[in-house]
Design a protein. Sequence first.
Length: 80
Amino acid sequence: MGIVIVEVCDMSLLSSSELENILETHPEVTVMRYECMDICNLCKMRPYALVNGKKIYAKSTEECIELIKNEVEKELFLYM
């Protein structure tokens, strides 16, 4: 398991391939997919994920992926 955990709902607007790019560049990251994370109002409105428990969301998937990458970098910096 990684030191940074990205959690995503299966119904999320984020695709697996977008998240795989994060894994390729950061082997310390683990992506966990769940059938449902009980954040339905956010899930159906915007792409989102949890990074070490912190909600990351945006209006577009591209922006959300960038925000997730930034949060991953911040989390990794804490362990360096």
